[in-house]
Write a protein that binds this ligand. Sequence first.
Ligand code: KG4
Ligand code: ZN
Length: 342
Amino acid sequence: PIRGPVLGLEASCDETAAAILAPDGTILAEAVRSQLAEHTPFGGVVPEIAARAHLAHLPALAAQVMGQAGVAPADLGGIAATAGPGLIGGLIVGASFGKGMAIAHGLPFVAVNHLEGHALTARLPGVVEGGVEFPYLLLLLSGGHCQCVAVEGLGRYRRLGSTLDDAVGEAFDKSAKLMGLPWPGGPALEKLAASGDPMRYPLPRPMLGRPGCDFSFSGLKTAVAQMVPKLETEQDRADLAAAFQRVVAAVLADRARNALAMLPNATCGGATAMVVAGGVAANQGVRAALSAEAARAGLPLVAPPIRLCTDNAVMIAWAGIERLRAGLTEPLDFAPRPRWPL
Ligand code: KG4
Ligand code: ZN
């Protein structure tokens, strides 16, 4: 049994985050500090700036959530910190801070794979009543990752397909940049697409209709680059944004359908849900297309609230709880891993 609430720490990319969860998964306190302002002048995440910002802000965020939850370090049941994959500077900051607390207060330390955090979020008891049961299909759709994963149990993840070039969030960001939208492009592009006609411009639909569930988005980006100089009015831009979003949603739905078919019969028959995670899961067009595809297979689409889809520490604390329940902790010499496949 877990002795007390678990502190989760996340610093693998450009969000500094801390959260405290009760051993049953109840969220007691959570905080995220985005580094958007630091990185925006550069149009993307600058690793050195990210590491320094994590160093400057993580201790205060951890203290803040402990205060809000009314939990003293000695009362904790464990510390869970993202130890990879991600930018090494931030990983070192988060994992070292977590290890320091674990040593100081004699607590178990859990080194969490960031992707496992995304993968298990749907199992939080608050996301759906009691949390999603194993096995399920996970579509991880973020700025750095784009994959279909069969989640068969804790620590049992089978990658069914992934991107051959850009991640889907990266495709949103790069296309948005070409269209003159601010970074990060995904939310800006979705907003612009809302007033556009998705049928006006034809765009390629990479991988659609091909077997398997790999992704490819670089051709789509090239097509956008060729269209942009021809755009004249704000309406033209909105129409291209809408076309882009429609095509991406259609491709994701096609890939998801194949992924479901790739689950072995026993798993497919038993799959409890299609789950989406990652920042792109915030996109309403994408959600609608995936929801229709899940319904076709007789499964619910489980999309955690947006704040739990994007990078956060709740998911890290929760993955820590799942691992602690299974008796899985890491020794304090565990080294952060910039590359760490699920
Ligand atoms: O999961 P996330 O917060 O960070 C990681 O990449 O790990 O995902 C960020 C990505 C960015 O590429 C961003 O443009 C995209 O998610 N994104 C969106 C939307 N909100 C965030 N893409 C499309 N539509 C959105 N509403
Ligand atoms: Zn992420």
